[in-house]
Design a protein around this ligand. Structure first.
Ligand SMILES: [Zn+2]
Length: 153
């Protein structure tokens, strides 16, 4: 500890944002757009099937094992585990096919959702890279050892 350290600003703890309310709003809007154009509904009303699926998504989200650090649901590895194969397929279908409409109607919301999904991709990429680097490092040391052994002979 330096004697000056007490003059330095205290480091703030990293703040974890709770993005779940925003994601919920985005999913609700996306479902609305999809259902209105595919199932002839309007206003706040959705068809029974979409209503049921949306309700499932909302409850599963509240019970997400990742908590508020969760990636967005339509980019998560656990989509099938959370929703089951059929509902996961329907959910992903709605999210992807209503995306264009979301960009036209709610550009900011769609853009933020896109950013969030890129964040998930980036985290996955970093994770894969870390594992890759470890494997490479292990291979390098193995090679070196083999070389050393040869040199000794
Ligand atoms: Zn519908």
């Amino acid at each position: 500890m330096s004697m000056f350290s007490r003059f330095l600003p205290k480091r703030k703890p990293v703040e974890i944002k709770n993005n779940i309310p925003k994601e919920k709003a985005n999913i609700r809007k996306t479902f609305g757009l999809y259902c209105h154009s595919h199932h002839n509904t309007s206003g706040d009303k959705l068809c029974p099937k979409c209503t049921a699926l949306l309700a499932t998504v909302m409850t599963r989200m509240n019970r997400c094992p990742y908590g508020i650090t969760k990636p967005i649901c339509d980019r998560c590895d656990r989509t099938v585990q959370c929703f089951g194969p059929h509902q996961a397929r329907d959910f992903l279908h709605i999210m992807s096919s209503a995306q264009k409409r979301m960009f036209l109607r709610h550009p900011m919301m769609a853009f933020k959702h896109k950013l969030a999904s890129m964040g998930v991709d980036y985290a996955k990429y970093q994770q894969a890279k870390k594992i890759d680097d470890k494997v490479k490092a292990r291979e390098e040391t193995a090679k070196k050892r083999a070389k050393d052994r040869k040199a000794k002979k």
